[in-house]
Design a protein around this ligand. Sequence first.
Ligand SMILES: Nc1ncnc2c1ncn2[C@@H]1O[C@H](COP(=O)(O)OP(=O)(O)OP(=O)(O)O)[C@@H](O)[C@H]1O
Length: 262
Amino acid sequence: MTPDTEVAPAVQARGLTKRFGAKTAVGGVDLDIPRGSFFGLVGPNGAGKTTSMSMMTGLLRPDSGTVRILGQDVWRDPVGIKSRVGVLPEGLRLFERLSGRELIGYTGRLRGLAADVVGLRGGELLSVLGLTADADKLVVDYSTGMRKKIALAAALLHNPEVLFLDEPFEGVDPVSAGTIREVLHRFTRSGSTVIFSSHVMELVEQLCDHLAVINHGRVVAAGPLDAVRGGASLHQAFLSLVGVAPRGDGEEELAWLGSSSG
Ligand SMILES: Nc1ncnc2c1ncn2[C@@H]1O[C@H](COP(=O)(O)OP(=O)(O)OP(=O)(O)O)[C@@H](O)[C@H]1O
């Protein structure tokens, strides 16, 4: 490791850009995500969060721009960086005909981990995430929350230094959400970095020490939580940053909706 990579931020993106036909999904994103931070990526639907994350994790090649993780250029060596990164992607695609335990075993082999390490870590992750009793059930029969948890276990198995999570709490019950939070906090306390996207401002406010707000494919605010919310609640700051215009009382629109309209 060179001195440069030792002090490099967890993630550094410069001019990250992606177009889909005429649509610019991400239009020149610059981000500096400090090591050991719990970093939130927020923005309205379609703002470009998932596209940005996919480019940062080596899943989607940018049209232009660079992204470095722990000082390493992701797109110069996408395979190399994947050993240091864990990802819980949007729209989880899991091997449905494996049991939870088999999925962990398979992930461990893909990651090149020794069988005894996978057994030990996998057993602990299943236990901490409350999945032990369902470990031998097929993933196809898992609930939405259970799928998130088994995918999180798979993302953590190789002990990554940087963990990317797209909407990790969606469909997760409050007890499991508490468990996931505790696991993630432990992870960041040890110096590792979590980057997660969410639409739930209260959650981001509770969990994150840093965040970025993305709107129309651009970063409109970024930095420590208190600096971004600037004395207001994050919810209020978010609405003013993404420029939500008042829509009036909406009486004329949807006038047909409801039983009183006949
Ligand atoms: N594969 C694709 N082909 C065409 N357009 C795409 C594709 N992926 C994303 N887009 C478009 O790029 C824009 C950004 O999408 P993206 O999924 O990154 O947003 P997001 O911030 O994650 O949204 P959400 O909060 O709704 O998940 C949207 O306009 C979307 O329609």
